[in-house]
Design a protein around this ligand. Structure first.
Ligand code: ATP
Ligand code: MG
Length: 379
């Protein structure tokens, strides 16, 4: 069963999976298919997908939503007509954080100060999960504006796809971390009268250890930006709620490698326990099963009939036939292993839609390649 129904019965598709399995490619191919089917579509990518930008004819792929020219993506044989539209953007993590911060900070001076604060810079760029959080927060913001029928979100290359679901909670945890709050409280109670001699002594020692600048940064950050931190928490809760809505579908991408299949199954279980909806599985880069190989004798005859091989010695021909035969058998052995993994996936997720996309003989980075992938995803 193809994934075509998802393009019309969902408003958000989130492509997740282990590193390198084909998330960005799948997201782009699904978005392209949706635009051709008449939907106003946005694909939000995370990678610096330079070749994708070039092949879509975009001057840049950045934090701005840019419309892909129709003539670049019109289906073959349809001139320059696309029934819907395709926009693309690439998330800029820092800007996504700044956008949330700006909503909650009262004036330009406060915005300026927070951008320079090293604690803010750490939270918005370096903290584990901040990339994922930024992606989901931006998704929420764009979705709320209602300009698209379908948003396809690509997710960052995480070693563990589950990091994605945990990101909002992690961020809130970091903001509310006892250590951050403790530093801030200490900073405000600087007078000996309030702190007592012992507290003042701790603060002095601490300042020597971490630098008084650090304490100042934490103090300023927590004191001035309460509303912004509330904003971060609020967005995290909105994201969690949005991901549970029925119009959101997760597309779990894997390859037939047992490790990535295992991770997809794990993610599937997590989706179920979190009441989030599965859109379907994509098993990408599958070695296709071919017909039985001809015998070596038949191969020699077939090779002998090829004009470009005329003039080869019969012994060379036997050698070439043996090499082809071995390569073909190796390929078929890989195809058999892939088939076993796909059967394991299908059995463990009985009834869940899944599609197989074959391993192409070259990288997929242009519209023709995405169209070819789309056929396997949707038909
Ligand atoms: N079916 C396929 N056949 C051949 N090459 C493919 C196929 N699918 C994807 N690729 C290629 O594999 C590479 C990785 O794909 P892609 O960038 O989509 O993976 P990803 O999951 O987004 O990776 P990351 O986790 O690093 O973001 C790309 O060069 C892409 O062109
Ligand atoms: Mg990617």
């Amino acid at each position: 069963m193809g994934l075509a129904p998802l393009l019309s019965n969902r408003k958000i598709l989130v492509c997740v999976g282990s590193g390198g399995v084909g998330k960005t490619t799948t997201a782009a191919a699904l978005a392209l298919g949706a635009a051709r089917l008449g939907r106003r579509t946005l694909v939000m990518t995370i990678d610096p997908a330079k070749r994708l930008k070039d092949s879509l004819g975009l001057p840049a792929l950045d934090h701005e939503e840019r419309r892909v020219p129709d003539e670049k993506i019109a289906p073959p044989g349809h001139g320059e007509k696309v029934a819907g539209s395709l926009h693309a953007m690439m998330l800029d993590q820092k800007r996504a954080f700044d956008e949330i911060a700006d909503r909650y900070l009262p004036d330009a001076a406060a915005r300026e100060r927070v951008r320079k604060n090293p604690i803010y810079r750490q939270i918005s760029t370096k903290l584990a999960g901040s990339h994922e959080y930024a992606a989901m927060a931006k998704l929420c913001a764009v979705y709320d504006e209602g300009r698209y029928d379908l948003i396809v979100l690509d997710t960052p290359p995480t070693t563990n796809a589950l990091d994605f679901l945990d990101a909002p909670e992690k961020l809130v945890g970091a903001i509310d971390s006892p250590a951050l709050q403790w530093f801030a409280k200490l900073y405000f109670k600087q007078s000996v009268k309030v702190l007592g001699i012992g507290g003042a002594f701790i603060l002095k020692r601490l300042a020597r250890f971490v630098g008084s600048r650090f304490l100042e940064d934490v103090g300023q950050f927590v004191s001035e930006n309460g509303a912004m931190l509330d904003g971060f928490r609020h967005r995290a809760h909105e994201v969690q709620a949005l991901l549970r809505r029925p119009e959101v579908g997760f597309v779990l991408v894997c390859t037939p490698d047992p490790l990535t299949v295992g991770e997809a199954l794990f993610f599937h279980a997590r989706l179920r326990s979190s009441q989030m909806s599965l859109g379907g599985f994509v098993v990408n880069r599958v070695h296709p099963r071919g017909p039985a190989s001809p015998s070596r004798e038949e191969l020699v005859l077939l090779l002998g009939a090829r004009p470009e091989l005329r003039g080869y010695e019969p012994d060379d021909m036997v050698q070439v036939a043996a090499d082809i035969d071995r390569t073909y058998r190796d390929f078929q052995a890989l195809a058999a292993i892939d088939a076993r993994e796909i059967a394991r996936l299908a059995e463990a997720t009985a009834g869940a839609p899944h599609v197989e996309v074959p391993l192409f003989d070259r990288d997929v980075h242009d519209v023709a390649g995405l169209t070819a992938i789309g056929r396997y995803l949707l038909d």
